[in-house]
Design a protein around this ligand. Structure first.
Ligand code: BGC
Length: 479
């Protein structure tokens, strides 16, 4: 890709056979979602400024929250822990046995959190979680044995210690009453007491931090933990001396570095630099957290398909797509899912049959009503939205890489300065996501970056990672 050009397009194995209006629509979409290399550089510069503000003072847009996790796991940690994961698609309860030498056993059970619980009273949510933990322990554990738990709570909290904090705001469609401003660990611990469960919340953990620690248990040189899933966020090891707002209690700090949970989803809520389109603005206006998490809303799996749906409706209303016809399914907010975008993005069949299936069988467009050109236009939209997400995520990573001076220019032969652990459905399943992030990094840093940065999928953050942190926390508490 040339430095200022976009490669966003429908897959070009087919010649485009639509009308000139449709071709123009594709060109417009490509340019609306394009992020040039110059623009990416500007985003990275702004991102670094915001990181600095977050490290300097409380209340900054990019919150840069000290996680109280300092030091790196050695892989030799041992013991049995419970872990809980709230904030992804499901609630997960896990029992993890750390065996040392980077090895472990994990049992887990998933529970569905209903929309009613996600938006009801926090006490009900905590009681529900306690019921799930009770159910899990009756099945897999010993109800009479006291056990430490790592609680992965994947929302922005101002952490006040390894196992306490204050919820700043909800994200990702959660909106429970009586929770913001309170300590989620205390509320859950109370629910455990009400049920007489012998579970002690030893650590409260962001999923990015869990992902970093899970990977570091096996690869201690890991530098960042990233989530590219329903939501998006990153954490990394920061020198404590650079977290100027942090008042360290030196007796409790095991090392000179600490993991910082960035909460990067909030980046550019001031709208200084991100290339918002009218489709992003519509999504934002109709979301439950208006004007919050604007970076996350352009990147993460919860939102991408809604942006694409808004774009499709725009071209339907101009009679350019589907001859102006829509379907009740396509008209419904959130009904088009990012998993469908993945299918469409990855559809290389000559007639775009997988795309046809999504549009006609799932989104209920009348059978046989979509033309190949319609499907190519839809594919162009999905590719443009998906690629923009990967390029923006890469800008965030580039900001950290530059801020931490991770890439050593003098030593050309040095390999893999930066090992990045990533979890989440976008990274794992979305076609070409990793390649698109890497190609954006190449646009920013040049070809050498390919040997300096390595992305690795790390699936067990909220189970293994939270347990490793619970273990480190209980070790700290005993010291
Ligand atoms: C939350 C973060 C979390 C991320 C990924 C965001 O909405 O604010 O705390 O790490 O989602 O789950």
């Amino acid at each position: 890709m040339g430095s200022n050009q976009s490669s966003y397009c429908y897959h070009q194995s087919n010649k485009f056979q639509g009308t000139s209006e449709q071709l123009q629509a594709i060109e417009q979409i490509q340019s609306e979602f394009q992020i040039t290399t110059d623009h990416m550089h500007a985003i990275v510069d702004q991102f670094i400024k915001e990181m600095q503000k977050g490290l300097d003072h409380h209340g900054a847009t990019v919150a840069m929250i000290p996680s109280f996790v300092s030091g790196r796991p050695t892989g030799e940690e041992k013991g049995k822990y419970l872990a809980l994961d709230l904030g992804g698609t499901n609630l997960r309860v896990c029992q993890v046995e750390l065996l040392g030498q980077g090895k472990y056993h994990l049992h887990q059970q998933k529970y569905v959190v209903s929309d009613q619980l996600k938006t009801g009273d926090m006490r009900h949510l905590c009681d529900f979680i306690a019921d799930c933990v009770d159910d899990f322990i009756s099945e897999h554990g010993d109800p009479h044995e006291k056990v430490d738990m790592g609680y992965t709570f994947s929302f922005p909290i101002w952490q006040t210690s390894i196992n306490s904090g204050e919820l700043k705001q909800w994200t990702k469609g959660f909106a429970c009453a009586n929770a913001v401003g309170t300590d989620p660990a205390v509320l859950l611990q109370d629910a455990f007491h009400r049920k007489n469960l012998l579970v002690n919340i030893a650590a409260i953990v962001n999923d990015t931090v869990g992902t970093l620690m899970a990977h570091a248990y096996r690869h201690p040189e890991t530098t960042m933990g990233v989530i590219l899933g329903t939501g998006s966020n990153t954490c990394y090891y920061e020198d404590i001396s650079r977290i100027t707002k942090f008042e360290a209690d030196n007796n409790k700090i095991l090392s000179n570095e600490m993991v910082v949970n960035m909460e990067w989803g909030a980046f550019d809520c001031e709208r200084r630099i991100l290339p918002f389109t009218m489709y992003d603005n519509k999504l934002n206006r109709e979301s439950v957290n208006i004007n919050e998490q604007l970076f996350e809303k352009m990147i993460s799996g919860m939102y991408l398909a809604e942006i694409a749906r808004n774009c499709m409706l725009h071209w339907i209303d101009r009679l350019v797509l589907f001859g102006g016809q829509s379907s009740p399914e396509l008209n419904m907010q959130w009904r088009f899912e990012t998993a469908y975008m993945s299918t469409i993005h990855g559809d290389h069949s000559p007639n775009l049959t997988a795309t046809k299936h999504v549009l006609e069988d799932i989104m209920d467009m009348p059978a046989g009503s979509t033309t190949l050109a319609d499907r190519q236009l839809v594919q162009a939209i999905c590719i443009a939205v998906g690629q923009r997400s990967a390029r923006l995520a890469a800008c965030g990573l580039a900001g950290i890489i530059k801020h931490k001076k991770m890439i050593n220019d003098d030593d050309d032969d040095k390999k893999n300065d930066c090992l990045i652990a990533i979890d989440g459905s976008l990274f794992e399943f979305y076609p070409e996501y990793e390649a698109n992030m890497m190609s954006a990094l190449v646009d920013l840093f040049g070809e050498k970056i390919r040997h300096r940065v390595r992305f690795e999928l790390s699936r067990d953050g909220s189970g293994l990672g939270a347990s490793v942190i619970a273990m480190m926390a209980s070790k700290m508490a005993k010291q």
